[in-house]
Design a protein around this ligand. Structure first.
Ligand code: HEM
Ligand code: HEM
Length: 176
């Protein structure tokens, strides 16, 4: 087996998923915990972005963020069942990660804005914040579909890899 996901990538991933879940579940009636978990989510996104420049190979944005053309070609390859296995994030996963991190950050920032004098009680900002949070939820659902699909297609448990950090080594035809 080869090491792919470093401890910070794994830890920040599961902490981000957990903080989103807590923020979601507390949004209607647990304001203090809601704000705290939302700020934790925002902080984890910031940490992950910094790590995307400073972290080891498979944590870096330059390793997994590809051009739109490459992402489209990869999605086409999924359609005819010919997509390659990637040791790091695949092109569609890489695009999803960028969108997820941006949407999560925007949700946290809009939540914080609701506490400022400028936007306190602003229904526009309340709706914007709620819309962003629902958008993140929809993205997470698509993210999970992608994880299950890639796991089945390449016969490997990607969730387990995100927990323990290791994957089966690269084989001919894989993208290392
Ligand atoms: C709010 C919920 C979630 C968010 C915001 C989220 C976000 C992300 C992000 C940003 C990454 C990139 C990891 C990195 O390089 O740092 C990622 C990867 C991944 N996530 Fe999630 N995630 C969520 C929930 C989940 C859940 C519930 C599972 C599985 C049960 C899951 C499974 C995975 C896996 C397997 C990968 C690695 C995909 C690959 O092999 O390329 N995620 N997720
Ligand atoms: C990124 C994580 C966050 C998520 C997923 C999230 C999600 C939500 C959701 C779903 C609602 C309910 C909206 C509705 O009733 O339809 C809500 C409301 C609210 N959130 Fe967040 N939120 C997050 C972060 C924050 C942060 C950091 C703050 C700032 C302290 C915050 C402050 C608020 C406030 C004040 C409301 C009530 C708005 C109202 O009265 O309608 N949120 N949030």
């Amino acid at each position: 087996m080869i090491r792919v996901w470093d401890p910070l990538v794994r830890g920040s991933h599961w902490a981000l998923a957990a903080s989103f879940a807590v923020a979601w579940l507390t949004s209607k009636n647990w304001e203090g915990l809601h704000a705290a978990s939302g700020y934790v989510a925002g902080g984890l996104v910031a940490l992950r972005v910094v790590w995307g420049f400073l972290g080891p190979r498979y944590a870096r944005f330059t390793q997994f963020v590809r051009s739109p053309g490459t992402v489209i070609d990869y999605l086409r390859a999924i359609k005819d069942g010919s997509e390659s296995r990637y040791i790091g994030h695949n092109p569609a996963g890489g695009a999803m990660i960028v969108v997820l991190l941006a949407a999560m950050a925007a949700t946290a920032v809009s939540g914080w804005l609701l506490t400022t004098d400028a936007f306190w009680g602003s229904t526009v900002m309340q709706h914007g914040h709620s819309l962003l949070a629902h958008g993140v939820l929809a993205l997470v659902v698509a993210h999970l579909v992608g994880v299950v699909l890639a796991s089945l297609r390449h016969r490997e448990n990607l969730v387990r890899a995100m927990v323990v950090g290791v994957k089966r080594p690269s084989e001919p035809g894989d993208v290392a």
